[in-house]
Ligand binder design. Sequence first.
Ligand code: ZN
Length: 82
Amino acid sequence: MATCKKCGASIIWIKTMKGKSMPCDSVLIAYKADRAGKDTIVTPNGETIRCRLTFDGDATGVGYISHWSTCPNAEDFRRAEK
Ligand SMILES: [Zn+2]
């Protein structure tokens, strides 16, 4: 478990299939795989899946959402990436 340097949220680093480490919210959330979905989720084994988040019980799995989409200071992240 790690902490976001920007907002103090607890995050975990997940290594994606592409070999990149990605900061994600430490909370597992349910998703439904959907090619047209507006969200992207990372599964615990590092697969990134286009999906939409669901609370309706029709989830196809659970995964982590990129902290970049939830961090209030995400802009700082993007700058730091360069
Ligand atoms: Zn943050």
